[in-house]
Design a protein around this ligand. Structure first.
Ligand SMILES: Nc1ncnc2c1ncn2[C@@H]1O[C@H](COP(=O)(O)OP(=O)(O)O)[C@@H](O)[C@H]1O
Ligand SMILES: O=C(CO)[C@@H](O)[C@H](O)COP(=O)(O)O
Length: 477
């Protein structure tokens, strides 16, 4: 049996799956936690990867490996290949001002024109999540660090490079990425399939070395020591789309640290409103996507307040009526990215003596988180993405309340594939694809055994959320 490995280096943890390259059958797996925070030493990801790989029985008998991971994180490297400072993650909002500056500059002061100019150039309007804004922040806030930057990579690129042995083992040539993750930097164009070095220079003030962008099934360097082939890897959402085998009309709804709705499209998008980012996927197509900063951790916060575990929160939420008798939770606990409100805070609206119970609070948390995703689905529709089937994945999909309430808020049946590591699985499928060299990815059975959850839509839940959504306040600091 030929084995392949897929990695998901996500915000909260690192997951590794080892699968049969031909059938996709799961053979072994491992997992290790990442530290908290929106600024993380990349070495912590490397340590977690080592631990998860060891749990998964190692890579000695594996023929190809692909790394998927959280997108956008800024991994700045110096001339010796060492990290210049801790990585700023996708959910770090300190570069919100830099995003505003970059938009205004490209529009010569006209922010609407600037936003559209960015969307037309790179498919997305910069927000604090995108790497390009983090580089501008670095230039302005830490000029001494900015001056040391010789190369910039993303989390998945850097881990792939480390697996290849880093600068000593693979040289700068071995620093590779793929088009899905490159498209989330803000300096790679899905229209020309090339880096926009002018935009990179505009942000950082210099043009550092960038990872070589591999094609969807192009082999990268080998594992240090001459072992497995390293595949291009992917951004996490592109990895999940590959695992799910998304078809036109399908939308993946991922409830991890981020809340993401994404679909595979034949052509790139350029949404000047900034709600939909026009990323590329891992197969040579495109991945229009709307991403929030607040998803599974909204439920974690509600659990903390109520002093219950996952099952307890779920039972409470399901015991309250749809709409929680008017209690609305706007879940901007980390600020927000879609809509772009980096300084917003979360809020509870419509509190009455009758609805201030643990059950109502739990219901409002689940509904508020789902309402923000429903807004994202509307944004996808607005750019012409067909929305027919929803696939619910990510850690939050393990909540029964989320699964059962989702159709009432999202207004469609929800397909829930068997709980699994879909990003790591997509990476493993890509690794098998690189080995096979065939035109299409190997036909592993994907989400065919999904449970379909049906429930009538409850439009008043979204209506009351929409009324409360704008009434948020910015953080004091
Ligand atoms: N049964 C459950 N119900 C609700 N949330 C859950 C459940 N199990 C795990 N989670 C949440 O899922 C999140 C981790 O999911 P994951 O998709 O791995 O996140 P990420 O990709 O951002 O690292 C955590 O916030 C965790 O609390
Ligand atoms: O920023 C995005 C997508 O644009 C996020 O999807 C990150 O890629 C992190 O994902 P999780 O680790 O929360 O799944």
């Amino acid at each position: 049996m030929t084995l392949v490995a897929g990695v998901d280096s996500s915000t909260q943890s690192c997951k590794v799956v080892v699968r049969d390259a031909e059938t996709g059958a799961l053979v072994r797996q491992g997992r290790a936690s990442h530290p908290d925070g929106t600024e993380v030493a990349p070495a912590a990801w490397w340590d977690a990867l080592q631990e998860a790989v060891a749990q998964a029985g190692g890579l000695d008998d594996v023929a190809a490996v692909a790394v998927g991971g959280q997108q956008h994180g800024m991994v700045a490297l110096d001339a010796d290949g060492e990290v210049v400072r801790d990585a700023l993650l996708w959910n770090d909002t300190r570069s919100a001002g830099a995003a505003r500056d970059l938009i205004a500059e490209l529009g010569d002061g006209d922010v609407v024109a600037g936003a559209q100019a960015w969307a037309s150039a790179i498919g997305s309007v910069p927000v604090a999540s995108l790497t390009v804004t983090k580089l501008r922040w670095l230039r302005d806030a830490e000029p001494e660090n900015a001056a040391r930057v010789a190369a910039v990579a993303l989390p998945h690129d850097w881990l792939t490079w480390k697996l290849a042995g880093g600068l000593a083992g693979a040289g700068w040539e071995g620093l590779v990425t793929d088009r899905s993750d490159a498209s989330g930097t803000g300096y790679w164009s899905p229209f020309t399939e090339d880096y926009r070095l002018d935009l990179l220079e505009r942000a950082l003030g210099s043009v550092p070395r960038l990872p070589r962008v591999l094609g969807p099934r192009e082999a990268g360097p080998r594992l240090a020591g001459g072992g497995a082939v390293l595949a291009p890897g992917a951004g996490d959402n592109a990895g999940a789309a590959l695992a799910l085998g998304l078809q036109p009309g399908d939308v993946a709804v991922s409830i991890g640290t981020s809340g993401v709705v994404s679909a595979v499209a034949k052509a790139p998008t350029a949404d000047g409103s900034g709600l939909v980012t026009g990323f590329a996927d891992a197969t040579g197509a495109y991945l229009p996507l709307a991403c929030t900063l607040n998803a599974s951790r909204v439920l974690d916060a509600a659990r903390r307040i109520l002093g219950v575990d996952h099952a307890g929160l779920s039972a409470l939420a399901l015991s309250a009526p749809a709409g929680a008798d008017g209690l609305v939770h706007v879940p901007y606990l980390e600020g927000e990215r879609t809509p772009n409100k980096p300084d917003a805070t979360g809020a509870l609206h419509g509190m009455r003596l009758t609805n201030t119970t643990p059950a109502h609070l739990a219901r409002a948390a689940v509904e508020g988180m789902l309402c923000s995703l429903a807004d994202g689905i509307d944004a996808l529709r607005d750019v012409g993405v067909p929305v027919e089937r929803l696939f619910l994945i990510g850690g939050g999909a393990q909540s029964e309340a989320v699964r059962r309430i989702a159709p009432t808020v999202l207004g469609l049946d929800v397909h829930v594939p068997t709980p699994g590591e879909y990003v790591a699985d997509g990476a493993a499928r890509q690794a098998a694809w690189v080995l096979s060299g065939t035109d299409a990815a190997p036909a592993w059975s994907a989400a065919t055994d999904a449970e379909v959850v049906r429930a009538p839509a409850e439009p008043h839940v979204r209506a009351q959320y929409a009324a409360a959504r704008e009434l948020t306040v910015d953080r004091a600091s």
